[in-house]
Ligand binder design. Sequence first.
Ligand SMILES: Cc1ncc(COP(=O)(O)O)c(C=O)c1O
Length: 471
Amino acid sequence: MTYIPNSIQARDMASVVHMQTNLRKHQTEGPLVITRGEGCRVWDDTGREHLEAIAGLWCASLGFGSERLARVAYEQMRTLGYYHLYRHNSNEPAIALAEKLLAIAPVPMARVLFQCSGSEANDTAIKLAWYYWHARGQPQRSKIVGREFAYHGNTCAAVSLSGKPDMHAGFGLPFANFKHTEFPHYYRRHEEGETEEQFSTRMAAALESLIEREAPDTIAAFFAEPVMGAGGAILPPGGYFQKVQEVLRKHDILFVADEVICGFARTGNMWGSETFGIVPDMLTSAKALSAAMQPISAVMVNERVHEAMLAQSDRYGNFAHGFTYAGHPVAAAVALEVQRIYDEMDIVGRARRLGSLLQTALGAFREHPLVGDVRGVGLIFGMELMRDKTRRVPFDPALSVGARAAAAAQRHGLIVRVVGDRLVFAPPLVIEPADIEEIALRLRRGLDQLADELTREGALAGAGAGKVAGD
Ligand SMILES: Cc1ncc(COP(=O)(O)O)c(C=O)c1O
């Protein structure tokens, strides 16, 4: 693409470094510049409308603009635009938000720590796991276990915890004491005839053998997202978290639930932990905490972790951790108002109702020649594209079928997320039934076009490739 000098695209290309972007390609292709948003729709600088089926980065739960939240931020800035939580200081919005989070926590929690992002929340939880074991007289418990293809953020520790080799390459990461257990992707990885329960038993056994290999008394904590978001919206197979938690309890390993995506009704309950019977020692949240209108995240800790923090304060005279903007009053006031909106609109009931409509709309794509599997819960769905769905044969990665599918959808005005050959959907929770119909329509146009292309290229198993067993 050639852009006019001084166009918004040319200015971007000359000044901004973009995350998760091929920087060389960006120098020629340039950005899509989004200039405004409303509900589930955003508009680019040419005036073109895009239907957003992934809420930005799974976060814009109330859509892309809000007069009500703008007023709250404005009023808070006029009253108190900044104050911190260091050295016994506090501010009202942070206190009220902490109270609200403790009131809605999925299991009893003792206290809340604030940060500005999901990465910082997970980094904080990692430090707290270490702090906990130091307080308990077991400082050798320094290893943190995550899962292959999980995503927990991009600060040094959070990305080490993430099981994404593409995010480690070239950075000399992960740090040595971060270990990764198997990817519980039932559809792709189950053996012929293996049930979800049997697969979960195998995954829990793999976790236990990792723990035993490393020595249980060297492991501090296990982190998991209830539904793996950036891994491709992967739902835990039946019985998975029950079996995993048995292993963790046996070896006295802390469980941290990363609810950065799943928190605040995404899975059809306020927390993914409720949906899947998780009893975490710590819980991290961000994104929909403030409907993405302000950068704020929270870590909740249970009584045993909090007791250890108190003991460490006694020992060292100080809880020596913190961020300048932790509990920022403007971010906290906006997040608090977001929680009021969630209560008013019965966000959990809404996610269930609209989730079942989305389930029907996307479920219909199981008949599509490109689609092997569609699975979701609440308002988060993953759709697996397969070369041969009958025999579960994936496409050659060199064909970049997932990326081409997302590009085809975008040509028809639909923004979806792509992870390998999985399309991922997590629309704003304010989505309306008509938006869901429109998502299905635009998606079908994009996938039909791509199926024609792949058929011409001879890359798709013949028409009538059959349905996946169990459809
Ligand atoms: C599950 C999960 N944890 C943590 C993060 C990191 O959050 P942030 O980008 O706010 O640092 C993300 C971001 O997508 C996420 O999906």
